[in-house]
Design a protein around this ligand. Structure first.
Ligand code: 6CM
Length: 247
């Protein structure tokens, strides 16, 4: 059968065999499992989560945390998006082909390693935020299905001898991000663009890697995270318009 480019590149429904023999696989599997589980746990009963942004179905929470004066506030966001599937959402988040179209903090992106169809290593530099030094990051990115309605992408910092930290103008930051998505539709119906809803849980913890003024950093996060989630989800809805629903 003939597959379109998009169909070929959609996240695979099962883990790619090539990934399970990669030296990073035990770490990727462990951290992804932990992150996906934590993403679906609510913030309701937990103490310390403060709501800082709310718009429509989107809610964003942070927990103020400092280690040696550096801001490491964990962030957690929930959202609900109609008309797209969990698999589609994760496809656009994982696939580097679309990244410049929705990621506004990005300056450069390089694919450092292609481990498998569902795991890549990226080097990214971010736009400089005055008065701090520019930041870069090196991280693996892994997309997986937990079941047919649940897909997630986990990004986590790693190292690579060809991309040493703190040697140029950039300070290396460390990141753990998880975008976990679950699709639902009314019981007894077939899923379509008109009745599908995808619940999103997005978690992010960024260690700035070196001095950055706490006030500036928190102001940047407060502005940039809601902007990112609105822009990204809107982008996916736009991209999927007129395309067959991919479950
Ligand atoms: O998750 C997001 N994007 C992914 C694809 O790029 C990936 C990125 C993670 C890096 C997150 C770092 C954000 C920091 C950006 C500002 C630079 C800080 C400089 C500090 C100096 C004061 O997981 C979306 C990320 C949205 C971030 C707002």
């Amino acid at each position: 059968s003939v597959l379109t480019r998009d169909e070929v590149e959609l996240p695979p429904p099962a883990i790619d065999n090539r990934l399970t023999v990669h030296p990073l696989w035990p770490e990727i599997d462990r951290i992804s499992t932990e992150q996906i589980q934590a993403a679906f746990e609510g913030v309701g009963g937990e103490i310390g989560w403060q709501l800082f942004a709310e718009e429509g179905d989107m809610r964003m929470y942070r927990r103020e945390m400092e280690v040696d004066g550096m801001v490491m506030d964990p962030l957690k966001a929930m959202h609900k998006v109609r008309g797209v599937s969990a698999r589609e959402m994760c496809h656009y988040f994982f696939n580097p082909r679309y990244r410049y179209e929705w990621e506004t903090t990005l300056e450069t992106m390089t694919i450092v390693e292609e481990m498998s169809s569902d795991a890549l290593v990226f080097h990214q530099t971010f736009k400089r935020i005055w008065p701090a030094s520019q930041r870069d990051a090196l991280f693996w990115s892994h997309v997986r299905a937990s079941d047919s309605n649940t897909y997630a992408v986990t990004n986590h910092s790693t190292t690579n001898a060809e991309y040493p930290a703190n040697t140029g103008a950039c300070i290396r930051l460390f990141v753990t991000v998880c975008l976990a998505c679950r699709s639902t539709w009314p019981a007894g119906e077939q899923p379509t663009r008109d009745n599908i809803t995808t619940s999103i849980a997005y978690c992010s913890t960024v260690n700035p890697g070196g001095w950055a003024p706490a006030g500036v950093l928190r102001a940047v996060y407060k502005r940039e995270y809601p902007k990112f989630l609105k822009r990204f989800t809107g982008y996916v809805v736009d991209q999927c318009k007129g395309k067959q629903l991919a479950l």
